[in-house]
Write a protein that binds this ligand. Structure first.
Ligand code: A3P
Length: 297
């Protein structure tokens, strides 16, 4: 960052219907709730740091037949809209951006299911949810808080994990987020993906997304998409690695947006005691839901 660049004040969290949200997002939430999508719009929902950028890139690629040029035509934040984004971090808010895009639009949200604008369900928009195991999510979120200078202060790792367990980070409880979409997946025809499955067998998961979107691409085109959306290629692609994002907001000298892209990095962060306490709390909150998360491959 150069000396004359202004420092972005960190966001405060405010409760909205029991969910903590960054203040600049909370203030426009009524307008977001009233958003009326087109039936062809595609919603990608996820708790932060669960692989939403990866999924958005795959969906955009599928809509463009895996053409190399298409994924380099504009930054991922321009090709796909972040529904509840305010114009504090971007030149345009998500709603502003959506007005200028033609359907079918790829729309990302971190909102929990009860806050997703009702129009998405009324219009029966295709909805993809991507979930990532809690331990890798909290690690990724922690590093993200360090590099995203507009996010709330992360504080020490120990207290960050505590906040994650108690729904005190932005977008509330991870547990309720993943359960909310899991329980509604059949009723609302949601495609529920796991980050770990995408790592384990990306081709299988790209094909699942393709079929869910009623698309039919050739084997070669599917192969191109799998290749273009590997962690390595997305990290090198200036249209997906957030090098286009202002460094006074995302300071990638602290931590890269495309940081590690692995399953099991939590083992490098949790002490055995932290891991045991986390597991005990997890068991209480997640036992009934029985969602098949993997914490290693
Ligand atoms: P890490 O911090 O663990 O590396 P989101 O896009 O929802 O904010 O999620 C970001 C996380 O997804 C980061 O995790 C990022 O590296 C990872 N990610 C992004 N693209 C990926 C890809 N193609 N393959 C694997 N992981 C990817």
């Amino acid at each position: 960052m150069s000396e004359n660049q202004t420092v972005m004040p960190r966001a405060l969290l405010v409760p909205v219907k029991g969910i903590l949200l960054p203040d600049h997002i909370a203030k426009d939430l009524d307008a977001v709730s009233a958003f009326c999508p087109h039936p062809s719009d595609i919603l990608i929902a996820a708790f932060p740091k669960s692989g939403s950028t990866w999924t958005a890139e795959i969906v955009d690629q599928l809509l463009h037949n895996g053409d190399v040029e298409s994924c380099r035509r504009a930054p991922i934040t321009v090709r796909t809209a972040f529904l509840e984004a305010s114009n504090r971090l971007r030149t345009k808010s998500g709603l502003h951006q959506l007005k200028e895009m033609a359907p079918p639009r790829v729309i990302k949200t971190h909102l929990p299911i009860q806050m997703v604008p009702v129009g998405f369900w009324e219009k029966k928009c295709k909805t993809i949810y991507v979930a990532r195991n809690a331990k890798d999510t909290v690690v990724s979120f922690y590093h993200f808080h360090h590099m995203n200078l507009a996010s709330p202060e992360p504080g020490p790792w120990e207290s960050f994990v505590h906040k994650f367990m108690h729904g005190e980070l932005a977008w509330g409880y991870w547990h309720d987020h993943v359960k909310g979409f899991w329980e509604e997946q059949e009723k609302r025809d949601i495609l529920y993906l796991f980050y770990e499955d995408m790592k384990e067998n990306p081709r299988r998961e790209v094909e699942r997304i393709m079929k869910y979107l009623d698309l039919s691409l050739s084997d070669d085109d599917i192969g191109h998409i799998v290749e273009l959306t590997t962690f390595k290629n997305m990290k090198e692609n200036p249209m997906t690695n957030f090098s286009f994002f202002p460094p006074e907001i995302y300071n990638q000298s602290i931590s890269k947006f495309m940081r590690k892209g692995e399953v099991g990095d939590w083992k490098n962060h949790f002490t055995p005691e932290q891991s045991a306490a986390f597991d005990e709390d997890y068991e209480k909150k997640m036992k009934q839901a029985n969602i098949p998360f993997k914490t290693e491959l």
